[in-house]
Design a protein around this ligand. Structure first.
Ligand code: HH2
Length: 265
């Protein structure tokens, strides 16, 4: 899943694709690079982000979805019911729902739905996140939401532990380490670590300053590969070519050198 933020303030690509033409061009590029889904968002959910009006969010995402949907599967990253409905009318077939509440829209429209876990809202979620047992609590929450959606008639339900959404670096790492348990619950899992700030802190320089967004590439691809090896079915990334390369590597058959193709290691 390639990220396409049609926003002025997203934490890593804010302002780059605010113009619809630039956004569509980048979406088509990601499709050509091998993204199976392009995730179009018109409201940043980074820590501290201010909400945008429904009207503005619609203005940002609908034309972009209309232009992309004939060429690639489109998901819409929104928590607003009206935006989700308009996005589906414009051609989106997956609701990427960080509020984990919009499954009735998905059920009514016959599209897929992603339930993501978060603690708190973007304005305050990183202030003091607390869990007794983050892995168990996130897993139980997602299983509950996913079952409700299935019972409510959604045919395609994804779950996402919501890396960075009301979580410390330790919480994020615990969730990554225990991904196989989430996968074992039986719903396909989506994970998004791309360029997130815990990677900046892990890669801090000698001055202890977190590495900037542009220096989080190694952590992004390492964690995406880690997630794939743990059995997740989709990773949400800004850098599609690297993720496709990693997915190809992870999915390569191990023929133990018995094939006819010359193997130079
Ligand atoms: N992360 C972000 C936004 N949407 N959706 C899912 N399902 N999982 C995630 O981890 C996730 C998400 C935050 O990243 P980004 O879109 O790059 O930034 P911003 O929220 O600032 O637009």
């Amino acid at each position: 899943m390639g990220v396409l933020n049609v926003t002025p303030d997203s934490f890593s690509d804010g302002g780059l694709f605010l113009d619809a033409e630039a956004a569509v061009g980048h979406g088509l590029d990601m499709a050509r690079q091998g993204a199976d889904v392009v995730d179009v968002g018109g409201e940043s959910s980074r820590p501290g982000a201010e909400p945008v009006s429904e009207r503005e969010e619609l203005r940002r995402v609908v034309p972009v979805i209309e232009a992309l949907a004939p060429h690639v599967r489109v998901s819409v990253d929104t928590v607003k019911r009206a935006v989700a409905e308009a996005a589906v009318s414009a051609g989106a077939t997956l609701l990427n729902d960080i509020s984990a509440t919009l499954w009735p829209v998905a059920a009514a429209a016959g599209v897929g739905w992603v339930a993501m876990h978060k603690q708190g809202d973007p304005r305050s979620m990183q202030r003091d996140p607390h869990y007794d047992d983050v892995v168990t609590e996130v897993g139980a929450y997602l299983a509950d939401r996913a079952r409700a959606a299935v019972e409510g008639g959604v045919g395609e339900v994804w779950v996402d532990p919501g890396i960075g959404f009301g979580k410390t670096a330790a919480h994020n790492l615990a969730l990554l380490r225990h991904l196989p348990e989430l996968v074992a619950q039986g719903f396909p899992v989506l994970v998004g670590t791309s360029r997130k700030s815990f990677l900046g802190r892990l890669a801090a320089g000698p001055d202890a300053e977190p590495a900037p967004v542009t220096a989080r590439q190694a952590g992004s691809i390492a964690t995406a590969t880690w997630a794939m090896l743990a059995g997740v079915s989709m990773v949400r990334v800004h850098d599609v070519p690297s993720a496709v390369e990693a997915a190809t590597l992870v999915g390569m058959p191990d023929d133990q050198g018995s094939g006819s193709v010359r193997d130079d290691g």
